[in-house]
Design a binder for this molecule. Sequence first.
Ligand code: FAD
Length: 453
Amino acid sequence: MTVTAHPALDALAARLGGRLIRRGDERWDSARAPWNRAVEQRPIAVATPADVAELQAVLAAARADGVQLAVQPAGHGASRDLEGAVLVRTTAFDTLSVDTDARTARLGAGVPWGRVLGALEGTGLVAMAGSSPVVTATAFTLSGGHSWFARSFGFASSSLRAVELLTADGRHRWVRDADEPELMWAMRGAGGAFGVVTAIEIDLHAAPALTGGRLVFAASDAAAVLRAVVEAGRVAPQALGLHASVVRIPDIEQAPPELRGTTIVTAEAVELGASAEVAAVLDRIRAAGAVIADTIGPLDVARLGTVADEPTDPMPGFGWSTLARLDDAALDRLLTAWDSPEGRPVMGLSLRVLGGALAAEPARPGIAGAVQEPHLVSGHAIGVPEAAEGVRHAFAALRAALGTAASDRTFCTFLQPGDPYSAAYARTGVVRAARVKATIDPEDRFLGNRDLV
Ligand SMILES: Cc1cc2nc3c(=O)[nH]c(=O)nc-3n(C[C@H](O)[C@H](O)[C@H](O)COP(=O)(O)OP(=O)(O)OC[C@H]3O[C@@H](n4cnc5c(N)ncnc54)[C@H](O)[C@@H]3O)c2cc1C
């Protein structure tokens, strides 16, 4: 079937060939699918422009046809159906350059964190990468981004120096604080709907040594290990990034045979350094249970993306999260709810220790500002859309179990489909970002993955 109601896009199809895919093309379903397969996307076309000139042509066609553009490098954060919009993939924007003297890097908008980390091997520098190597550095940073190094340097967006941006008026330029401070403020956390970012420039940070890995415990140690991680977070130096999780490994082919049907408890640690103080903190976590596996040791920056051992292939998933202030009683209630019949649809629970630089105002101003809660709690479920109802109830049970230990907010990068920015940021900040959007994109040409108003 040919789309005929969009003459400018029709004309563009002749120029872009296979880089503009529409319904009826045999590649349609794979082209429009996001990484999170639980989200069904129905755009009118999927464009993968080869360069800025083609991107400008896609924008011009969208304006002429009166449709919106939605940028999505990979779709881990896919959140809406994109009905009536053109989906733009930034895959071709894949340049990557590192300036070790200036401690900066320029990354094309399609570059995943794994490639950035690979390029930093041997430099003694790290970037503000999160736990997954396949998440796109630009998308992550524009949404705040919680890195292993957040306790040292705050959100990833605080290390965002400049943005190369195509705006609705067709202009393509580098945006910096000195010229457009209000736009940069908004891009540091709510950056998905002001235009198409084609590259970013970021700070790199010195890491003369890097230590990291994972401790694995048996299910029976869950409560003790989570308590030990919370306690470690109270005393650990800022240089330590610390996560923990409890996961019911499903009895499915994709899971390692020896783990299928079991529950594992893990603590993941990454230290910017190799100090005796952190080693002592980690020893106290080890002592919380019987350690089944221990991979903590010197870590090459290129292997940072393997520490959390997260899935890299697309899959359908549901999530829930909240910033929290945990104590032993709240942890026990959370685990009890997760273990109850109501909580069973939730496959995994995770805990991230916050604090440090995250609790201070960021070095560079941004909507992703200081976070006072010391923990982030999240739940994950693998699921097809039909499972959504049961999973929603299970997440609600977890939230109820936390009671006043939970907040009404979470990280922007952990928001779920349908959640607005106000579920991550203060209302005043969201209103301010909406003003920036109204100024720079008055026709609302760009459709982000969530709403500002
Ligand atoms: C396994 C896994 C691990 C994760 N780990 C972490 C973690 O450690 N810390 C953390 O903070 N988050 C984490 N996340 C969340 C992740 O950061 C978000 O999903 C984020 O949206 C990036 O995903 P993506 O690269 O697929 O971007 P997409 O989902 O493709 O894009 C997200 C949105 O960003 C905007 N955007 C992206 N690129 C551009 C561009 N070039 N121009 C303008 N707007 C753009 C658009 O609004 C787009 O809808 C994780 C997610 C998964 C699935």
